[in-house]
Ligand binder design. Structure first.
Ligand code: EPZ
Length: 439
């Protein structure tokens, strides 16, 4: 029976050692990039999260073969028989990242028939940059009902200037340009660690890619792409979730394979709160302070503060001393977790895309709803420190973005339990502490 509720109790300080899986936002685009190759590729440290299963289904729908060993986190994809360039709207709508098959399909087949993936609660998330960039490379588009037909019969190199360093738009142009004769340049490119991991994979395939300061990617097209073996870069967002769980519970945690070099701004903010971060042969360790200071931050493109850690970091401000001002600049509607944190007693005021959090002494467990992947993490963190029991629904967000994060947290002391419908009856919902109605 599929789990439908995450039950979280106030937990003792978390202590222990954990390790990270590969980054969801790297492995999704890397799986799509395998469309460029003909043969069997092997990806390691792949998280068994729902979005990964969805992307595997997209490739299977194009007649690729895939075998995923969830125990060893090894994914084998054979694209020898891949002969389709059309993805069904139902598959496309399941996950926005499916738009990332467009670039490699154009490169391999000269055409791609995809549906517009649609937005989500955090924003409209249009694909205008993707379409504009491909048109600049000579790709022709026709919209037929839900389908977007793209034809690359006259694809040519171009100087692509991104008005915003969009991760997906950078990745899609990259995967088309690697097979386009001549040299394509992407100006103001996204250089997130997950984009750089895709570039590592494309280079392993045989692509010619150079990166120049300040944010220019230069791609010279080649014709042959061979299958690859690659260990996916570790997930800095899973690392953030684990470190914040130790921070909010006044615990200490070591992450054996964390990459501190791709988390600098986030780690600096944790230290500004008073938590102690050390990097040693054992890994990256956070020793929490019992009296954290509230810190302010503004999200932005890498290497700025990651928008995907905004909600979890906001949860950590709710019980910190002082006032934190959080500004979300990447997505236009990524503060929906505020309402749920307020239900737990957090003092937060929102003005447009800015939230002001005034630290309180206590949070109180109650029933909350996750609105996106990272909001589910924020609410789980708040549940670890709230009095009583927190029950979180909207769990598909949690399982879309994380692979067994609740197991990792339980192993270091968190009181968390995934519950299926038959185990959870709202009529006898677990005790949830009443908290004083906000004055
Ligand atoms: C990727 O989404 C990530 N997803 C997101 O992670 C992440 O938050 C985001 O990059 C920013 O870092 C994956 O990699 C699968 P963008 P992407 O294009 O590529 C606007 C998570 O929780 N935009 O950099 O879709 C867009 O609306 C997810 O793991 C356009 O206007 O992000 C947004 O406001 C959430 N037109 C901004 O740019 C376009 O054509 C940044 O989006 C494309 C984007």
């Amino acid at each position: 029976m599929k789990s439908s509720v995450l039950r979280i109790e106030q937990s003792p300080p978390l202590h222990g050692t954990v390790s990270l899986l590969g980054a969801k936002n790297a492995v999704l685009v890397i799986i799509a990039s395998l469309i460029l190759t003909r043969g069997k590729s092997i990806l390691k440290n792949v998280p068994a999260s729902d979005d990964v299963f969805n992307m595997i289904e997209v490739l299977r729908s194009l007649n690729a073969q895939a075998h995923f060993d969830k125990e060893t986190h090894t994914l084998v994809v054979d694209t020898s028989a891949l002969d389709k360039w059309s993805v069904s709207p139902s598959l496309m709508k399941k996950m926005r990242a499916s738009i990332l098959v467009m670039g490699p399909l154009l490169a391999r087949f000269g055409r791609a028939h995809v549906a517009v993936p649609g937005g989500c609660v955090i924003g409209e998330r249009p694909i205008d940059y993707h379409v504009k960039n491909f048109k600049k490379m000579g790709v022709i588009f026709e919209q037929q009902a839900e389908y977007l037909h793209a034809y690359a019969s006259h694809i040519h190199p171009a100087r692509i200037v991104l008005e915003y360093p969009s991760v997906g738009a950078t990745e899609n142009v990259l995967m088309a340009a690697v097979a386009t004769p001549g040299t394509t340049e992407i100006i103001n490119a996204a250089l997130e660690p997950e984009v750089l991991d895709l570039i590592v994979v494309l280079r392993k395939m045989g692509a010619h890619i150079e990166i120049h300061a300040p944010a220019i990617i230069s791609i010279t097209g080649v014709t042959d792409f061979h299958p690859v073996e690659h260990e996916v870069v570790v997930d800095r967002l899973e690392a953030g979730a684990l470190l914040l769980a130790a921070a909010v519970t006044n615990g200490s945690l070591t992450i054996t394979n964390a990459r501190s070099d791709i988390m600098d701004v986030f780690l600096a903010k944790l230290e500004e709160m008073g938590h102690v971060i050390t990097v040693s042969a054992a890994g990256l360790t956070l020793q929490a302070t019992a009296d954290p200071y509230a810190v302010s931050f503004k999200t932005g493109p890498y290497p700025g503060f990651p928008t995907d850690l905004q909600a979890p970091m906001m949860a950590a401000q709710c019980l910190a001393q002082g006032v934190s001002i959080v500004e979300e600049t990447v997505f236009e509607n990524r503060l929906l977790h505020v309402r749920e944190l307020q239900k737990m007693g957090a003092q937060i005021k929102v003005e447009y895309t800015k939230a002001t959090i005034t630290g309180v002494d206590d949070l109180y467990g109650t029933a909350v709803i996750a609105t996106d992947i990272r909001a589910s993490c924020a609410l789980a963190l708040a549940g670890l420190v709230a009095h009583g029991v927190t029950t979180m629904t909207g769990l598909h967000h949690w399982t879309r973005g994380y692979d067994g994060l609740e197991k990792k947290l339980k192993a270091v002391g968190a009181r968390m339990e995934l519950m299926s419908d038959d185990m959870f009856n709202p009529l006898i919902a677990p005790y949830t502490a009443e908290y004083p109605i906000q004055k």
